[in-house]
Design a protein around this ligand. Structure first.
Ligand code: PLP
Length: 404
């Protein structure tokens, strides 16, 4: 089956808007990390927040992947999808007591602790449960990831991590608490990094701290370099080279006995998904042509939120007049666009494909304008399986109540 035929028939079978994922692409991206880090002790912890569909988590669990979670909800998803608790790391600045307890009960691999107050709370929760919590400290290395400000996380001004100047004290405090087991160090400097330099800077700072801790008798067993590996959204961009990235990390570690953890999200699923949408109307005003499509910012918020650019293509090449269109959705917001100023040869009812929609797309969808969230389909070889049903409109307000 050709790509275009598959997409056309999937749109007919499952309706639009529709997310379509490709199993092979997910597996290949994961294998790039596995191959690049072969020969060094490592654990790939897929960042669940990039796309948390159970089918995707299950595909990765079958490969033996670990997972990076940021909530109790994600913990439950990973366990439901067959992920191993011992391969889960828990990130995020705001872990609640309840979330800590759930993760301790599940027996996760490590908590990535982001503040002194979180460290104290985790120690209390672990003690109350009669267990010892495995801990890594997330360091804020204050390096510029050179990416969009909303997805830059490793600068002093960001809410993430513990500052370099203070982290040694936090380690000393952690090491003194009986209900904590200090295991590692981590950072995550941002998302959509296509440049090696920020990684090189960050890992050097982390390794320097590992050595200083070692000197004080605090021995770490892993270093977690975070995620952020960038993909090519446009044909002019290039994705981060994973082999070079791995070389850079392995070199920095040298002969130290440290396991490498990595938390890629976007790189694993970003290029493995597309969003299919149908053209409802074509309209023009004085100086613009608009293609009004049936997908909207509630389905794909990246263009509105990050000014992100994603490729938009006709699924089938048909005899049409080509024009420059703003591709917009039906939502009552001027920010509701999927792409601006795109050359397309389309007519009403044609099918469009929004590329690179596997990451931070369906997971960020909402019910704004009381729109049902789109269905999701996984293509595996010649099979296509519905992996998330389209939401039912009545269910959208089933949990709301009128006053008596
Ligand atoms: C979001 C996030 C990731 C994944 O980022 P990507 O850019 O999708 O690779 C990894 N680690 C942490 C702590 C995160 O918050």
């Amino acid at each position: 089956m050709s790509d275009q035929k598959t997409l056309t028939s999937l749109a007919e079978e499952f309706g639009t808007p529709l997310y379509v994922y490709n199993r092979k692409a997910i597996e290949q991206a994961w294998q790039e990390f596995a191959q690049a880090l072969e020969g060094h002790r490592h654990l790939i912890c897929y960042a669940v927040k990039a796309n948390s569909n159970l089918a995707i988590l299950n595909i990765l669990a079958r490969l033996g992947s670990g997972f990076d979670i940021v909530s109790e909800g994600e913990l439950k998803r990973v366990l439901a999808a067959g992920g191993e608790p011992g391969k889960i790391v828990f990130s995020g600045v705001g872990k609640s007591t309840r979330e800590m307890a759930a993760a301790l009960e599940a027996g996760i691999r490590c908590f990535n602790v982001e503040s002194d107050s979180e460290l104290e709370r985790l120690a209390e929760v672990a003690a109350a449960h009669g267990v010892v919590a495995p801990v890594s400290l997330r360091i804020n290395p204050d390096v510029d990831a050179m990416t969009h400000p909303y997805i830059s996380t490793g600068l002093k001004e960001n809410k993430f991590g513990i500052g370099m100047a203070h982290a040694m004290d936090t380690y000393r405090r952690g090491a003194s608490l009986a209900s904590l087991n200090i295991k590692g160090i981590d950072c995550h400097i941002g998302s959509q990094l296509t440049n090696l330099e920020p990684y090189a800077d960050a890992i050097a700072l982390l390794i320097d701290m590992v050595d200083r801790l070692d000197g004080e008798g605090i021995h770490l067993s892993h270093v977690d370099i975070g995620g952020g590996q960038g993909i090519a959204y446009t044909s002019e961009e290039s994705h981060l080279n994973i082999a070079s990235w791995a070389d850079c990390v392995v070199q920095a570690i040298g002969d130290r006995d440290l396991e490498i953890l990595v938390e890629p999200g976007r790189y694993i699923v970003g290029q493995a998904g597309v969003l299919l949408t149908r053209v409802e109307y074509l309209k023009s005003n004085e100086d613009r042509h608009f293609a009004v499509v049936d997908a909207a910012m509630n389905d794909l918020i990246r263009p509105a939120l990050y000014s992100a650019w994603q490729g938009i293509e006709e699924v089938e090449t048909l005899e049409r007049e080509s024009k420059i269109y703003d591709v917009v959705g039906p939502i009552c917001e001027s920010a509701d666009f999927l792409g601006k100023q795109r050359e397309l040869a389309i007519a009403q009812n044609d099918l469009l494909c929004v590329r690179s929609s596997g990451a931070y797309a369906s997971v960020m969808s909402s019910n704004y304008n009381t729109r049902a969230r789109a269905a999701e389909v996984m293509v595996s070889g010649d099979d296509a399986t519905l992996v998330r049903a389209r939401e039912d409109i009545d269910a959208l307000f089933a949990n709301e109540f009128m006053l008596p």
